[in-house]
Design a protein around this ligand. Structure first.
Ligand code: ACM
Ligand code: ZN
Length: 554
């Protein structure tokens, strides 16, 4: 009897389910969206998707659509690549581009910007759903928009209101940083982080891999480096209380794991920028190679938080050899055009006392110039050596804004973190800039006023609304021409106080939503109250995906 009842229920269930409507007003908000809610196209199980199956990149994006529609709604679409009449169509190329080419016959077509290459046009009309993209990356962006527009509920069918979306990102660089050195997060967690970035239209993961508290990148030529440099014997409890947990803590990424993550990211149109922070923040390496420090050590992998005064000794020729070995292997593993060499918070106390460093300053002929100290110039010499090394490998160097202090060479990119001023100065000097000031982008800060209502953090207060208000191009300080040097913005998640994956995502979300609209959407389309309403749907999506987030928004 029970079995019969169950069978009846199963047969009737689809009929009991309702049709639900999609809403294309997603986060980040598309550039142009026209919707006619009075007419809908209804998406149902069994409907086919037409696409060019000979292109595996296109096919992968079609699979993403099929997977996500089923995951969120239960509606199962079919792959019907050759069906010209299929109601869902992936079309490579914009009709408007073809027209533009015809008009300018004989002339060279204008080069597309990177943002234009990411563009897509999404149309819903009586014939169905059409996604047009110039490149497969545009399909991915469109499919993410559809994913965020879907009802999150088992439904019999999905009503798509008649819509035309024309969309492309505002900034070429849309990133987030994750510090995996203070705490190690498994490759699976990095994949989840990448998934969240992709959901929000980000295209850069800045991966902070080395620190005073641990070295997490395998270097084959120096096998002891990650093996020993990744392990601290203990970790301080709370904010440098002097009380320790007494537990060894470690973990590092093999080159095979890094390569797998690079590929995983690339399938989601995210570039991974690795960072080896040098010449400061190096206690992990100094523990293994104490001869590379000015005093000779011994040095522990640091069990406390803060900035160590022990840093690499640039007076020792072995130091540059070490750095080039490490960064050489980094370039082998990460195809990124941008490589981050850190350069922040490098105290010069040891260099001032060190005979080798002082001899190097003499050898290089560094002179007091009234602007930059001799030791600042010594750091600049290290930066330039690394920039040259990277440039020979076809890479561009990114450094934290301290790299400006001794003068930056032409190709260097500044990551402005101590406010926006470093970025403003760099842009005025015609250096490319990534904006990530503590004031608007440091998501290790608390996001609620009531610190006690959140897990212990480093301090500060950066609510969602403040992240949302950020304007990376600084129009008050920069001319239109200078603003072009601002490549974009990113949020930074330092993890001294963030040890577990749930906490990572609690800190990230929903501040990533806010920065995504800074990165993607033109200022004229931004509206905080409207964003706040759209956020409710993202919360449902995070619930469905089982991702932690901060439920309260300030
Ligand atoms: C930094 O926050 N030390 C770049
Ligand atoms: Zn030295």
């Amino acid at each position: 009897m029970k079995k019969i009842l169950l069978s009846i229920l199963l047969v009737c269930a689809p009929a009991l389910m309702m049709a639900e409507r999609a809403d294309f007003h997603v986060i980040p908000m598309p550039q142009s969206i026209q919707t006619d809610d009075s007419q809908v196209f209804t998406l149902q199980t069994g409907m086919g998707i037409a696409y060019d199956a000979s292109d595996p990149e296109v096919a992968r994006n079609v699979q993403f659509l099929r997977q996500w529609v089923e995951e969120l709604t239960g509606v199962k679409l079919q792959l019907t690549p050759d069906d010209q009449k299929a109601p869902i169509r992936f079309v490579l190329g914009f009709p408007t581009d073809k027209k533009a080419k015809k008009v300018k016959k004989g002339q060279k077509p204008a080069e597309l910007t990177e943002q234009q290459q990411e563009a897509y046009i999404l149309t819903v009309d009586q014939s169905g759903l059409t996604i047009a993209a110039r490149k497969p990356v545009g399909f991915f962006r469109a499919v993410q928009t559809i994913r965020k527009a879907l009802p999150i509920k088992a439904v019999s069918s999905i009503e798509l209101p008649f819509t035309t979306i024309t969309d492309e990102p505002r900034f070429v660089y849309r990133g987030a940083m994750l510090d995996c050195a203070r705490h190690y997060f498994s490759p699976d967690v990095i994949k989840q982080y990448l998934d969240m970035l992709a959901l929000h239209g980000c295209n850069q993961l800045h991966w902070h891999l080395t620190e005073d508290q641990g070295w997490r990148f395998e270097v084959k030529a120096l096998p002891e480096l990650a093996k020993k440099g990744s392990v601290r014997e203990k970790t301080v409890l709370g904010r440098n209380t002097g009380v320790y947990d007494g537990l060894p803590y470690g973990g590092y990424y093999t080159q095979a794991e890094c390569r797998e993550l690079v590929n995983y990211a690339a399938e989601r149109y995210i570039n991974i920028i690795p960072e080896i922070d040098l010449p400061g923040h190096m206690m992990g390496a100094l523990h293994v190679f104490p001869n590379l420090g000015c005093t000779g050590g011994p040095y522990p992998v640091w069990p406390i938080w803060g900035v160590s005064r022990d840093v690499l000794c640039p007076g020792n020729p072995e130091t540059l050899k070490f750095l080039k070995t490490v960064v050489g292997e980094l370039c082998d593993v990460f195809p990124s055009k941008f490589i981050h060499i850190g350069g922040d918070e490098c105290p010069k106390d040891r260099w001032k006392e060190c005979p080798k460093c002082q001899a190097k300053i003499k050898e290089l002929g560094l002179k007091e110039d009234g602007k930059h100290s001799l030791t600042d110039q010594l750091q600049t010499w290290v930066n330039h050596e690394m920039e040259q090394f990277l440039s020979e490998r076809g890479r561009d160097m990114i450094g934290w804004d301290e790299v400006l202090e001794g003068g930056l060479t032409e190709g260097g990119i500044v990551m402005s973190w101590r406010g926006s001023q470093g970025g403003i100065e760099a842009a005025k000097q015609h250096h490319r800039v990534i904006m990530t000031p503590t004031s608007h982008c440091y998501i290790d800060y608390y996001q609620l006023k009531d610190a006690g209502a959140q897990p212990l953090g480093i301090g500060g207060y950066l609510p969602v609304s403040k992240v949302y208000s950020f304007e990376p191009q600084q129009p008050e300080a920069l001319s239109e021409e200078e603003q072009k040097y601002i490549l974009g913005a990113q949020v930074n998640l330092w993890t001294e106080y963030v040890a577990y994956p749930e906490h990572v995502f609690y800190m990230l979300l929903p501040r990533l939503d806010a920065i995504s609209e800074v990165q993607w959407t033109q200022p004229a389309q931004k509206n905080y109250d409207n964003f706040r309403e759209r956020l409710n749907h993202m919360f449902k999506l995070y619930d469905k995906l089982g991702i932690a987030y901060c439920h309260k928004v300030e």
